[in-house]
Design a protein around this ligand. Structure first.
Ligand code: GLN
Length: 245
């Protein structure tokens, strides 16, 4: 852990998640994070999927399977009226080129500072506070440092199975030219890891995966995001930073 309470991966590998892994912690007692927080249903939500580039269609199909209304977001004004946003995988530098137009980047930055967002792979890179290899602008909503294309060219794609804090069976994780999370801030919950590096993280209303849950049949990661959106939208629930109650 560094002086700000961050977990710097590779240097002090278990620091920063000690509260999370303590046997007394509610999450450790209950592996199932899908506790009911309110009476909202999937059909009460409208989820936007950033559809400038990348595999937005796979996310939309997953959301269709979950019975959620979902709309493509191609213009800044289409962020108005959605309850949460999915930022898909693709090429983060190409996303940035599109986002530089019409003040889209600023509007998106404002959106993710107020409302739930879920980024996969390039989407996780866009949400991160710090991007390296090379360094590039980002939305700064998720307190992590992330290294692009960290697994190199030869093994740039792989399918693995790993346990998660979401409960249930191990989860299939599809990595495609994946980035690697190198540091997580004290506010970040690590929900799954690969070789001691976080691959699924939550920071308040922001969820990010360095793999592609939209390419697997398992719906748990998207369901978890919908739960976060319901927490944020429900007038009766107190927004939870950690989703434990
Ligand atoms: N390599 C891509 C990037 O750096 C991300 C790959 C992906 O989204 N599958 O933006």
């Amino acid at each position: 852990m560094n002086s700000s309470g961050d977990r710097v991966i590779g240097r002090s590998k278990n620091d920063g998640i000690s509260a999370f892994t303590s046997p007394d912690h509610p999450m450790a007692r209950s592996p199932d994070l899908f506790c009911s927080v309110n009476s909202l249903k999937n059909t009460d939500l409208i989820i936007g999927v950033l559809a400038l580039q990348g595999d937005f269609d796979a996310h939309r199909q997953t959301l269709d399977r979950l019975g959620v209304r979902n709309v493509p977001v191609r213009k800044p004004e289409e962020l108005d009226g959605i309850d949460g946003l999915v930022i898909p995988g693709g090429e983060s530098s190409t996303f940035l080129k599109f986002l530089e137009r019409e003040g889209f980047l600023n509007k998106l930055r404002d959106f993710v500072s107020r409302k739930p967002a879920f980024g996969t792979c390039a989407g996780a890179i866009l949400l991160a506070k710090e991007v390296v290899n090379p360094s590039q602008p980002s939305l700064g909503a998720l307190d992590i440092a992330i290294q692009r294309n960290a697994y190199g060219r030869q093994i740039d794609s792989s399918i693995m199975t790993g346990t998660t804090k979401l409960g249930g069976d191990p989860l299939e994780m599809v990595f495609i030219r994946a980035p690697r999370i190198e540091r997580v801030g004290a506010s970040v919950q690590v929900l799954a890891e690969r070789e001691n590096h976080p691959v699924l993280v939550r920071d308040g209303q922001i969820l990010a995966a360095t793999f592609h849950p939209e390419l697997s049949n398992d719906l748990r990661v998207h369901e978890f995001f919908l739960q976060m959106v319901k927490e944020a939208k429900s007038p009766t629930s107190t927004p939870q930073r950690d989703g434990l109650n």
